[in-house]
Design a protein around this ligand. Structure first.
Ligand SMILES: [Fe+2]
Length: 389
């Protein structure tokens, strides 16, 4: 048996660890901080305490709080220009996936020449950046502990996936308390993204014994906690489980890659601007069921078990149906809209199918799909949206 497993980020987890930000910067002798955040995080009041603590501790802080959803490349370039002038010795991200991905990309551009598109792919970033500290405010992308930055190439209407060496944050301060105020729809969308990560990592062709040991636990944690966190954002036990499940899923997919759900979701983001988590949520039940046809029986049983489904004396083919029904019911519980309501455009299907074939998640998906099959999967989703309307 041979496999590799990496987790390059030092992760600290628990309620209150966000308060470690200023001490961590001091311990690393940081004098100048470039802070990346977004208007939503700022409006939620999540920047006040860390900014005060950082400034009290001594480092000079320059704030960039204009990060946009889906981390468009032009915004990254604007932030990187400011960062270059400021010349920080640390980059700090406080926010959701787009915010942390923007910070990762800025950090890449602090140590490597532009444009960012030259690093779109696996292990193409030659030089490490500055100290990068990520403080997540959602339980979704787990960007704080992955080796991935997803950046939108605005002109090309596609998502760049910058994966591997010299992309990850140095330190992640993962404090579930920062997700307590997340509104229900964002809890649902980001949570479905995390559930997709856990499921796709487990069935990936690049899965290993290490990821197989972790991913089902991530599925179980998220499946148990997501409806509760959606129904009552102040349910701290559910928030804690969501954040933990999200991290475990992130560690797994950093090692395994993802699958066809992400392959279909990324073009929905690139061409139709459907937010990442929502795009995955829209695709998950149908596309996962397509994929599960090529997954070994013992893995199907373990997924069903992690979702809390009855598995005794149930043939694998029936379990695939049960898993799909479970995910459809979960989507209804979380008020996930149809592909059309989410912003998907049917006329974009041929282009999206071509894009999906080229996605970085496609080679590791268990069931190979042709452009025609991918088009058919998209069409199924649009037909389902029509019949539900
Ligand atoms: Fe994702």
């Amino acid at each position: 048996m041979q496999f590799m497993f990496t987790m390059p980020t030092l992760a600290q987890f628990g309620r209150g660890v966000a308060g470690r930000l200023a001490p961590v910067l001091l311990e690393n002798n940081v004098k100048r901080v470039f802070l990346v955040s977004d208007p939503g995080v700022q409006a939620a009041g999540l920047l006040e305490t860390p900014l005060y603590a950082m400034r009290e501790a001594g480092p000079a802080v320059l704030c960039f709080t204009e990060t946009l959803p889906d981390a468009p490349d032009y915004q990254v370039e604007a932030a990187a220009a400011l960062a270059r002038d400021f010349n920080p010795d640390a980059v700090v991200a406080i926010g959701g996936g787009s915010c942390i991905d923007t910070a990762k990309a800025v950090n890449i551009l602090l140590a490597n020449p532009g444009p960012l598109s030259r690093y779109d792919g696996v292990n193409l970033v030659p030089a490490p950046g500055r100290l990068l500290v990520a403080v997540p405010t959602t339980a979704g992308t787990s960007s704080e502990c992955t080796v991935v930055a997803v950046i939108s190439a605005a002109k090309q209407a596609k998502k760049m996936v910058i994966f591997g060496k010299n992309v990850a944050s140095s330190i992640a301060l993962i404090d579930p308390a920062l997700t307590d105020g997340l509104p229900p729809h964002l809890t649902a969308h980001t949570g479905m993204d995390a559930l997709t990560h856990a499921l796709e990592a487990y069935i990936s062709l690049a899965a290993s014994p290490a990821t197989d040991a972790i991913a089902p636990e991530a599925v179980a944690l998220i499946a148990a906690a997501l409806p509760a966190a959606f129904a009552d954002g102040s349910d701290t036990a559910a928030r804690d489980k969501m954040m933990l499940g999200c991290q475990l899923a992130g560690v797994c997919f950093s090692n395994t890659g993802l699958g066809l759900v992400h392959s279909l979701a990324q073009p929905l983001g690139g061409r139709c601007h459907v937010p990442h988590g929502l795009a995955n949520a829209v695709c998950l039940p149908h596309v996962l069921a397509f994929n599960l046809q090529a997954v070994p029986e013992h893995k199907i049983i373990r997924i069903a078990h992690a979702l809390g489904l009855e598995t005794r004396d149930t043939p694998a083919a029936n379990l695939v149906v049960d898993i799909r029904l479970y995910l459809e019911k979960l989507s209804r519980t979380l008020h996930i809209p149809s592909i059309t309501e989410a912003g998907g455009r049917r006329e974009a299907v041929p282009d999206m199918a071509e894009d999906a074939l080229k996605e970085l998640s496609t080679p590791t998906t268990p069931r190979k799909a042709t452009a025609e099959e991918i088009s058919a999967l998209y069409e199924d989703l649009f037909m389902q949206a029509e019949s539900d309307a």
